[in-house]
Ligand binder design. Structure first.
Ligand code: E4P
Length: 218
């Protein structure tokens, strides 16, 4: 499973990239606004740190202007994935870019029917939002199960399932069990993945016992 980080905070991206565990980045208009930075400037900086796909979202709502914005965004770097919303116009723009070999991430997916459309439009990634479905009392992981199952039936569907709107480690573990290709994860949740109290306790015990030997590995 590939790990993308869901942020436009360059300090967090650099810290996580240094672990060697980061495969890409996703941003959206909210995350860019939160960074307080110019969209082109921050995306350029992110692409210089991470060589994997970096999603940059269009803000136009009609296909023609989405394509214009997408062209501008894709000039930033080769690893930019154009992010379009799951609307009729978004999928038109998706087809345009996919035919040109440009990666497209179709976002704001909340149903299996929408995921089928995105695969047919040649999307490189489909982003089902698990957390936002859970928030309204629906089954986010159930949607991941459904999409993975459907995509497996068709060799012609090359779209990767990118689990988005992740809220906690269980979303990651369960999505991995279902065979989702990618998860885009907030920095805080990536850090949570490392922790287990028995790891901390065990390490403390090993170090205490080691100190008693007076030895050094040198
Ligand atoms: C990523 O591509 C999505 O925009 C993001 O995961 C949405 O997450 P949220 O529901 O926490 O805003």
């Amino acid at each position: 499973m590939k790990f993308f980080v869901d942020t436009a905070d360059i300090a967090d991206i650099k810290e996580l990239a240094a672990t060697g565990l980061l495969d890409g980045v996703t941003t959206n208009p909210t995350l860019i606004a939160k960074s307080g930075r110019d969209v082109f400037e921050v995306l350029e900086e992110i692409c210089a740190v991470v060589s994997g796909p970096v999603s940059a979202e269009v803000t136009a709502t009609d296909a023609e202007n989405m394509i214009e914005e997408g062209k501008r965004l894709s000039r930033i770097a080769k690893n930019i994935a154009i992010k379009v919303p799951l609307t009729l116009d978004g999928l038109k723009a998706c087809r345009h870019f996919s035919d040109k070999g440009v990666m497209v991430n179709v976002t704001l997916c909340f149903s299996a029917a929408q995921a089928i459309l995105a695969a047919k439009a040649g999307a490189r990634f489909i982003s089902p939002f698990v957390g936002r479905l859970d928030d309204i009392g629906q089954d986010g992981l159930g949607l991941i199960r459904e999409i993975c199952e459907i995509y497996r039936q068709y060799d012609a569907f090359k779209t990767e399932v990118l689990v988005a709107s992740v809220r906690h480690p269980i979303h990651i573990v369960e999505s991995a069990r279902l065979g989702a290709h990618v998860a885009t994860i907030p920095p805080k949740v990536i850090k949570q993945l490392f922790h287990h109290p028995l790891t901390d306790k065990g390490l403390e015990m090993f170090l205490r016992d080691w100190e008693k030997t007076g030895q050094k590995i040198a």
